[in-house]
Structures are given as structure tokens and as C-alpha cells.
Design a protein around this ligand. Sequence first.
Ligand code: AHN
Ligand code: ZN
Length: 275
Amino acid sequence: IMLCAHWDTRPWADSDPDKANHYKPVPGANDGGSGVGILLEIARQLSQVPTALGVDIILFDAEDYGRHADEWRDAVEGEETWALGSKHWAHNTHVKNYKARFGILLDIIGAPNSTFYLGGYSMQYAREIVAKVWNCANRLGYSKYFKMYEGGLITDDHVHVNRILGIPCIDIINCDPQSPNGFGPHHHTVKDNMDWIDAFERNFKCNSTNLFTSKEYTSYRNRNRKWKINSNPDAIAKIDSLKGMIKTATKDGLLFIPGGSFYVRSATPEEKQLL
Ligand code: AHN
Ligand code: ZN
């Protein structure tokens, strides 16, 4: 299985509402830092759990070098300026005749309330993998994020993996049909920074509301602040021990239940396969 993301960030914030920022670089915490972060964590977890599957993690450069929005008039018909790194890699794979059963590309996946639609190219080239992943996400309770609706055709690294190498590869990418550029308010702006990243702590909080109160959680969040406002040591100890419990349980199977609560139990063999 091949897992991939792009690690470059866009050199120009050409969707920024302030035109003065159009030639400043995008910090890129979400686009593409988030995918890289998730893959590094997956790598760490895979190193701790023996698995019979081979997993290749590939990070592409120059995904976001696509033509500047203010320079469209210079465009040449048929030019390809996006996803250059994956195109180069697909023509020059790191090992000869590289093959994977399928691939999953992660792009712009870090913001809270991200929504992932069934991508046009993913459906065209790898609809069985789309079905596998979207069904799995829905079974695990993530239907809020993984929408069973078609999104548009999005040119991204997976297109070259499909077209040049014939490896069925899907793209999990945040789309926001409501926003003018289709990708959310911070996309290709100077605001694509860590403020947009849904940290473990925030996730942890919204998935465990029945285990501690928000007051206790405030204590916990304030534990490392200079001014320990509302910082109650009992609450900190309680949440620390919950976190320890979750770390242990994750190895075995941790189930998140939609609606703001979780419970922990051993995963069934069937669930272990999903996890
Ligand atoms: C298009 O805008 C056509 N593709 C952009 C895909 C992308 C940009 N992924 C990250 N940044
Ligand atoms: Zn981008």
C-alpha cells in the first residue's frame, strides 16, 4: 500500500483576501504539512505494530507550484503546473517497476470540521478504494467528515500516480463547496498556519465529553501556562491518566462514537482489520 502527501507549500498566497500578500509564501500547516504530520504518526505507529502488509510512504515536492492566480493570462493551453513532483516521481520511481496494490493521498486534512467528498478522479480511477475507505470511515463514526457525495475533479498528486503508473490512488482532500475557491477560507492564504490544525487535544476533548467536564479540561489545558488560572491538580491527574489509558487502548482498538463520547474495549478481529 502506498501512502502519500506533498511536503512543499505554495510559494504564493494568491487566494489571500489582501492583495498585498499575493506574492508572500503560504505557511502551509494544513496544505501540505497536515498530510506529512499524519503520515509520520502512521509511520511511528506502524513501527510498533508488526504488520504483514508492506506500506510505502512517499512525500512529493512541488505539488503546489501551480500557476499564480494573477498570471492566468500568461497560461499556455494544456500546460501542467500542479503536482510536478509526483509526475517526476511517477516517471522516475525510486525502484524500477515500482508497484503498489493501491495508494491513498492525504492533502489539506488537518482543519477542524474538514469535509472529504468522493473525488472525481478518485472515482474514475480507483472507485473500489474510495468505497473501501469511505465505508470504513462511516463504520467508525466519521460520517461528519467523509461525505457520501461527489465532489469535483481535483488535480492533485494522485492523478499522475493513476495515469502514469496505473496504481489506483485516491485523494482525501478537504473541500468546502461554500467557499469561493472551493477549499476553505485559509486555503492559499498567509493564514494557513497552526491555528487551523485540529490538534490532538481538541479532538480528545470533543470525543470524550462524558469522561470529564469542560472545567476539568480547562484546568488541563492551562497546566503549562505561566499563569495557572483555574488549574486544578486533581483534574490534571485525572486527564493524564485517561490519556495513558487511551494510549494503551489504542494498540488494541479504540472506538470513537459520533455524538461526543467514546468508549474503549478490545477490538474484534474484524475491527482490527479496519483499524
Ligand atoms: C487545483 O487547484 C486544480 N488543484 C489544487 C490541488 C491542491 C492545491 N492541493 C493542495 N493545494
Ligand atoms: Zn495548495
